[in-house]
Structures are given as structure tokens and as C-alpha cells.
Design a protein around this ligand. Structure first.
Ligand SMILES: Nc1ncnc2c1ncn2[C@@H]1O[C@H](COP(=O)(O)OS(=O)(=O)O)[C@@H](OP(=O)(O)O)[C@H]1O
Length: 369
């Protein structure tokens, strides 16, 4: 396999493969890379790390993204709002949705090509909730720190959140909410169970944050992609700033932390159940894929990623987001001098806001013909 870190403008052997080119796997089977995908980007699940993979793939191949007309969110709280997204260029159909959007299966199914794959990424419930609580500074909404909230979540939820309407939500079972489940039904275990069954039927793959490497290898297999496509650098890694270090984050290795985790899991019992279900299905898929094969591909992916990082990046910087999200920053990458025009490096190093802005501009240029 040619793993040179190329630039689209470089010599032919360095150019990324055309979409229609087939890929031969290590087991010798041949397939044609899929290019139509709806990725439901659930908040705080490492979703930006995964999004960068879809963005790079689609941008390299000049595919058509379903992009918000403004900002990062595909609008629609109860139903999809077509006016909130940029239209496809004349004669084109959308290929990829990889922005935050609630899961409106029927609407997306109608607009996307027939062979579209549906995928999502979810995270273990308690650490997810704690990440959401910190990032969205939910102590401002609930007027209490995470620990206090966890002692009586129903009270705070019903007082401050139940009747609020909005795309962004962190009250109870936020992952199920992003995946389209109605927050008023969170109390019904039958409805939760049925919704998990529905997701199981509609999703071609549910990735798990905690097994990110295994998950992206399965994604590669589902999409018939090569290893380069799933190289990734981690995005939105929180860096505490100032003296509030550690506030509202889930500490590990203490009885107090275990008790908090248990309370958060209990409160988010829908997300907990959903994770448990898809944890089992993921491991079945890993077994079917072959553990040895999985391990060796993960090792190869890690090596390759390290090569990309060494060749493209000279270090990291911290984007201060304390103006809205409390005293935290997000880790971002600094492109090595001389690599600024190398599209492979540029795409890999772009943060979500930079990439969305770049894709929106590119899309609008295509709309003008
Ligand atoms: N590869 C990989 N594996 C495991 N965890 C990872 C990975 N990449 C990012 N992260 C963690 O994901 C959190 C950010 O999630 P998102 O990118 O979904 O955030 S956002 O919704 O787009 O704001 C954030 O978690 P918290 O620090 O707990 O908030 C990141 O540290």
C-alpha cells in the first residue's frame, strides 16, 4: 500500500484515489468505496475527530455535503428544516451529512442517494453527561455544580429544562435526544427500548468513543475505504485553564467518583441502555472481523497516524473558549512550516469551525456555477 503523505496537487502517485477506484482488503476481497453517508454527529462523543475523517474524504473527492446555511447545526428540533441547509449544486445530490443534526431518518432517507449508509458514534453515558455538563456550562442553567445536580437531577431537570425547546440539550439522555428521541418519552422504558431497536435497524454502524480505533476500522470496512482515509488526530481535547481545573469533570479512581458515575448512569438510563446494546453489537462485529486482524490494522493505523502527525504538524496550540464555556481551551494543531499549502496536512489540521467555513465557501462557489 502506498502510504506517502501526498498533496492533491502533487505527483500522480501521490494523488488520493478516485471514488470509483476499488480497494482490495488484506483478505484479498475487492470492493468499491462508498461515498454516500449520513453521520449523525452526537455532541461530546469525539464527534469532531470523526467528522474530520468524513470532511477530508468528501473534500478530497469533491463530493457534495449537506451543510448548514449558517453556523454548525443542521436546523430542526422536531423535524428537518430544508431551508436551514445549503441546496446541492445543480444536477448534484448530497453525498455526505457530517454536521450536528438530530436524526430525522425518513427526511434524510428521502433526500440522500438510495445506497446511503447511516452511522453514528456514542459514548458511555456518565462520562458523556459530565462532558456535556462542563462544555455547555450547565451549572449556569441548573444553578448547581454537576455533583449537586446528580443528587437530585429530576428536580433540576423539571424546573429548568423539561419545557425548553432547542437543538442543544443536556438534560437527560442527551445522546438519545441527538439521535432523534423525544425528551418527553425519556421516562418510558418501553419507548426507549423500541427506539433502540429502531436505531439498531436503521444504523449501518454505531461506533463507540471508548473503542474509537476498533470503530473506525469497522467504518473503513463498511465503507470500503483504505487506511489513509481513517487516519485521525483527536479534536476538541479539553485543556483546563485557570484555577477551576477539573471542575465538572468526571474524576476517576475514588469512591466519590464511582458514586457520581453511578448516579449519572442512573439518571441517563436510556443512554446507558443504548450504550450497553451497541457495545454488544460492536463487539460482535469485532469478533466477526477477526480480533487478530483488528489488532494488526489498529497498529498499522497508529503508525500511519504518527507519520502524518510528524510530517504535517509541528506542535499544538490551545484555542481559548472561556468566553462562553468556562475556563477551558481546546487543543488544536499547528501545521509545520512549509506544509501550509499541502492539502492533506491542511485538512488534517483544520478545526471544526475552520473546516465548516471552508466547505461552506467551497459549496457556495459551486452553487454560483
Ligand atoms: N479519539 C478520541 N477518543 C476518545 N475521546 C476523544 C477522541 N477525540 C476526542 N475525544 C473527546 O471527545 C470530546 C469532544 O467531543 P466532540 O468532538 O463530540 O465535541 S462537540 O460536540 O463537537 O463539541 C472530548 O471529551 P471531554 O474532554 O470529556 O469533553 C475529547 O477529549
Amino acid at each position: 500500500m502506498d502510504t506517502r503523505i501526498g498533496d492533491q496537487k502533487g505527483s500522480p502517485e501521490m494523488a488520493p484515489k478516485r471514488v470509483s477506484e476499488s480497494v482490495t482488503s488484506q483478505t484479498g476481497t475487492t470492493c468499491t468505496p462508498a461515498r454516500d453517508v449520513v453521520y449523525i454527529k452526537v455532541h461530546k462523543t469525539a464527534s469532531s475527530t470523526l467528522q474530520n475523517i468524513f470532511y477530508r474524504f468528501g473534500d478530497e473527492k469533491d463530493l457534495t455535503f449537506m451543510l448548514p446555511a449558517n453556523g454548525f447545526y443542521v436546523e430542526g428540533v422536531d423535524k428537518f428544516k430544508p431551508s436551514g441547509v445549503l441546496k446541492p449544486p445543480p444536477g448534484k445530490q448530497y453525498n455526505i451529512l457530517a454536521n450536528h443534526a438530530r436524526f430525522f431518518y425518513e427526511d434524510f432517507k428521502k433526500i440522500m442517494p438510495a445506497d446511503t449508509k447511516f452511522v453514528t458514534l456514542i459514548r458511555e453515558a456518565a462520562s458523556h453527561f459530565s462532558s456535556v455538563y462542563s462544555y455547555r456550562v450547565l451549572k449556569r442553567l441548573y444553578k448547581v455544580e454537576l455533583e449537586g445536580f446528580s443528587l437530585n437531577p429530576k428536580f433540576y431537570f423539571e424546573k429548568y429544562d423539561l419545557n425548553r425547546k432547542g437543538r442543544v440539550y443536556g438534560g437527560r439522555d442527551p445522546e438519545l435526544y441527538d439521535l432523534g428521541f423525544d425528551k418527553k418519552d425519556m421516562n418510558s422504558s418501553t419507548k426507549v427500548d423500541n427506539y433502540i431497536k429502531f436505531l439498531d435497524k436503521k444504523m449501518d454502524l454505531v461506533l463507540l468513543t471508548e473503542y474509537f480505533f476498533e470503530s473506525v476500522i469497522l467504518l473503513k470496512d463498511l465503507m470500503c475505504w483504505d487506511l489513509q482515509t481513517i487516519v485521525h488526530l483527536n479534536s476538541k481535547i479539553r485543556v483546563p485553564l485557570g484555577k477551576e481545573k477539573g471542575a465538572n469533570t468526571l474524576q476517576t479512581n475514588s469512591t466519590k467518583a464511582d458514586a457520581l458515575t453511578n448516579r449519572l448512569n442512573k439518571w441517563n438510563d436510556g443512554d446507558f441502555k443504548m450504550y450497553d446494546h451497541f457495545n454488544r453489537t460492536l463487539w460482535k462485529k469485532i469478533e466477526a472481523y477477526g480480533r487478530d486482524r483488528m489488532e494488526s490494522e489498529i497498529a498499522e493505523l497508529k503508525d500511519l497516524t504518527q507519520r502524518y502527525e510528524d510530517e504535517c504538524m509541528s506542535g499544538i496550540k490551545v484555542r481559548d473558549i472561556s468566553y462562553w464555556s468556562g475556563p477551558i481551551g481546546l487543543k488544536e494543531y499547528v501545521i509545520r512550516k512549509g506544509k501550509e499549502q499541502n492539502m492533506t496536512c491542511k485538512r488534517l489540521g483544520m478545526s471544526e469551525p475552520e473546516f465548516v467555513d471552508y466547505l461552506q465557501k467551497k459549496h457556495k462557489t459551486r452553487l454560483q456555477g
